[in-house]
Design a protein around this ligand. Structure first.
Ligand SMILES: NC(=O)c1ccc[n+]([C@@H]2O[C@H](COP(=O)([O-])OP(=O)(O)OC[C@H]3O[C@@H](n4cnc5c(N)ncnc54)[C@H](O)[C@@H]3O)[C@@H](O)[C@H]2O)c1
Length: 438
């Protein structure tokens, strides 16, 4: 099939590469030439494991093209909308102007029957509005159909999640639209991936609902962690106990500096905003608390750091290990690590950050921040070391050799990444969110 993908960021570039790997002819369109230029050469414009191989293969085989011109999407049988839906400035709600702009640019090109499929995460009700506008503005009129096919990929595992998702959700209005999506994903469906067919509204809600459940789970674990600290209990052992309960399960039970990135924080807030519009304000208040507990982790990390520096941060050297919102990604959108680093710097601390992949994005997002290209360089002369992203390479740091580099052997583990026994045995004053100084 000839397929277009509008918006080639973390979601769209991966989706385009995976569709090409499944045998479709794909054109990816993005209004940002900075995104398109590397993609045209078969390279991802961001760090995502295994994506470069897939892009390179698709581009070389001639199944995958990229363009800044939406006219190159004309003629596709299926158009996937993968543009960004960030938090609206000054509001909790999602900004869906890019979705409408992409659809408005596409509409005049839709001269034949086609399916426009939303993959972006949007407030429930967006798909219906989009369908009305497209049918009004496109030359093909009623022959333009709209479906919603939310994406559940995790950055850092995006390729694997896109090629072998846990489930596919097809929000459709007609059997023929369901069939088109089954044709697009035939390889995955034949491989055993389950499909859940829903109406448009349920499909729109599917992604944001998954994210609010995950956000709530993390904030609940962080609440337990804070109680553990206060009660001199151990959150690591506690989550092991909880994870062995088959009704709870072991995943997404890590306490720490909280969730971040381009999805969970803004999706939780957008869900609250939309629930309030729909008259469900009372129960949605639960998610305001989820958000508040999440932001509290950043404040607690900062307060703890200040306490480790005897209440004064002005001019004090602090090493921050991690800038990405999670390991295996270079994404610094709403990153707790970067937020903590920037806040400490704003209070006068001499902060140096190291991240294996997110240094360039961190420097762009916080131009005044000092960035080091290695763990030792970041820790040089530090009076406290903060570990704020769960990179595997931080787990492997040798606490003995790092002793020679720092000014004071104090570490605060914000991700339960380090082995407390090893670090204490090496002579470090070891602290961890949820574990206190135990
Ligand atoms: N990143 C993830 O892990 C992930 C997972 C699932 C769902 N989502 C959802 O997918 C959507 C995209 O997220 P992302 O992380 O890829 O964002 P992103 O910011 O990385 O990418 C969005 C892209 O859309 C482009 N764009 C904006 N307006 C455009 C237009 N009118 N025409 C063409 N291109 C346009 C931007 O230039 C950008 O490259 C969001 O709704 C997000 O919530 C993201």
């Amino acid at each position: 099939m000839l397929v277009s993908v509008i918006g080639t960021g973390y979601l769209g570039a991966t989706h385009a590469a995976c569709l090409a790997a499944c045998g479709h002819d794909v054109v990816g369109v993005d209004s940002d030439p900075g995104r398109i230029e590397p993609l045209e050469h078969g390279r991802a414009p961001f760090h995502e494991p295994h994506l470069d191989e897939l892009l390179d293969r698709g581009v070389r085989a001639g199944h995958l093209r990229f363009s800044t011109d939406v006219h190159d999407a004309a003629g596709a049988e299926v158009h996937f909308l993968c543009v960004g839906t960030p938090q609206r400035t000054g509001s909790r709600a999602a900004d869906i102007s890019a979705v409408h702009a992409a659809a408005a640019a596409l509409a005049p090109l839709l001269t034949r029957p086609c399916l426009v499929v939303g993959k972006s995460t949007v407030p429930v009700g967006t798909a219906r509005e989009l369908a009305t506008r497209l049918r009004r503005d496109a030359p093909a009129g009623e022959d333009v159909h709209v479906a919603w096919n939310p994406e559940f990929l995790r950055e850092g595992h995006a390729v694997e999640d896109s090629l072998r998702p846990d489930r596919l959700v097809f929000g459709v209005e007609a059997d023929e639209d369901d069939q088109v999506l089954r044709d697009v994903y035939v390889e995955m469906i034949n491989g055993g991936v389950p499909v859940v067919r829903t109406d448009l509204a349920t499909a729109e809600l599917a992604k944001v609902s998954a994210n609010v459940m995950l956000a709530a789970r993390i904030s609940l674990v962080n609440l337990l962690a804070e109680v553990c600290e206060a009660a001199a209990a151990d959150i690591g052992d506690l989550t092991t106990v909880l994870g062995l309960d088959e009704r709870i399960g072991p995943h997404f039970l890590s306490p720490g500096v909280g969730y971040g990135g381009g999805c969970l924080p803004k999706d939780t807030r957008a869900f609250v905003a939309r629930a309030e519009e729909l008259g469900v304000a009372g129960p949605a208040a639960l998610l305001r608390d989820v958000d508040a507990i999440n932001m509290r982790q950043r404040a607690r990390t900062i307060d703890w750091t200040v306490a480790l520096l005897d209440g004064r941060v002005q001019g004090r050297r602090i090493a921050v290990l991690g800038a990405a919102f999670k390991a295996d990604s270079d994404d610094v959108r709403d990153s707790p690590a970067l937020d903590v680093a920037a806040t400490l710097q704003a209070r006068g601390a001499d902060v140096v950050v190291h991240d294996p992949k997110a240094a360039a994005n961190a420097a762009r997002a916080k131009p005044g921040l000092r960035i080091a290209d290695g763990v030792e360089a970041a820790c040089q002369g530090a009076e406290v070391v903060l570990v704020l992203t769960d990179w595997e390479e931080f787990r492997g740091i040798d606490p003995v050799s790092l002793l020679d580099v720092v000014a004071r052997p104090q570490v605060l583990d914000g991700r339960l990444t380090l082995d407390p026994h090893k670090w204490r045995a090496a002579g470090w004053d070891f602290h961890a969110l949820g574990r206190g100084a135990r």
